[in-house]
Design a protein around this ligand. Structure first.
Ligand code: DGL
Length: 264
């Protein structure tokens, strides 16, 4: 195994997962692709997202990637099964953290913030069947929120108003635990915390995904702490814009390159 880990999302949201991957694999070579020309995935047809997921996976494999993380709940719901059918390398997906939230709630009501694509997927329905038990699960899609993060707008009044609009029905139903079921929302954690108050638990999934990746590929990685850490960043959208926004969200300054034409 060459130790290159490829990560993709519809946009910059997956950088929140990449952060946890970097912590688990301090010296791995990372490649991140933001599918910015096609963001948001939420609301797009399943076959569209599936096609993009295949295209991005082919690009990542062309760059020497030997494990893939779908740092996107929506793309996982739409495409993880068909990616695993077509590609033989390990592919780790993610889904809203229902199980830990159900364990954490004291009020017996859990709210899920996610895209409409995730909430309407068969995978999400199966997840609830498996883990919800007696707990009431209240869902809320959040149109417009991904776009705010894509603009690097993490704390404006408009972003706050959207968060108030989407969280208030969940709190009104008695939810004491909110699942951040979209990787973009992780970047809004401070603002969401400010809006919902300190007594509402926020459950994120990024760290669990990185641990899952570690379990999947540990045996094949000779030494995950050896080698030169690198991170390369790509976008299907505007490279200058992606460079600016990604640099504000990643731990270091980023130079984003545009994907080659065949992958756009
Ligand atoms: N970040 C993605 C997710 O986790 C999708 C956001 C979008 O493109 O709608 O679901």
């Amino acid at each position: 195994m060459s130790g290159v880990i490829g990560v993709f999302d519809s946009g910059v949201g997956g950088l929140s997962v990449l952060h946890h991957i970097r912590l688990q694999f301090p010296n791995a070579r990372l490649i991140y692709v933001a599918d910015s020309a096609h963001v948001p995935y939420g609301g797009k047809p399943t076959h569209y997202i599936e096609r993009r997921a295949h295209t991005l996976t082919r690009f990542l494999i062309s760059q020497g990637t030997d494990a893939i993380v779908i740092a996107c709940n929506t793309a996982t719901a739409a495409a993880v099964a068909s990616l695993r059918e077509h590609f033989s390398i390990p592919i780790v997906g993610m889904e809203p953290a229902v199980k830990p939230a159900v364990t954490a709630t004291r009020s017996g009501v859990v709210g899920v913030l996610a895209t409409i694509g995730t909430l309407e997927s068969a995978r999400f329905a199966a997840l609830l069947d498996r883990y919800a038990g007696e707990v009431e699960i209240v869902t809320q899609s959040c149109p417009g929120l991904v776009e705010q993060v894509e603009q690097g707008d993490l704390d404006s009044l408009r972003t706050r108003k959207l968060i108030e609009r989407y969280t208030s029905p969940l709190l009104a139903r008695g939810a004491d635990t909110l699942i951040l079921g979209c990787t973009h929302y992780s970047f809004l954690t401070p603002l969401i915390r400010d809006v919902v108050g300190e007594h509402t638990a926020l459950v994120d999934t990024g760290a669990a995904v990185a641990r899952q990746l570690l379990r999947r590929i540990e045996a094949e990685l000779p030494d995950r702490t050896a080698g030169d850490a690198t991170a390369r960043f790509f976008t299907s959208g505007n490279a200058a814009l992606a460079t600016r926004i990604m640099s504000s969200l990643w731990d270091d300054s980023v130079v984003a390159q545009q994907l080659p034409q065949t992958y756009l």
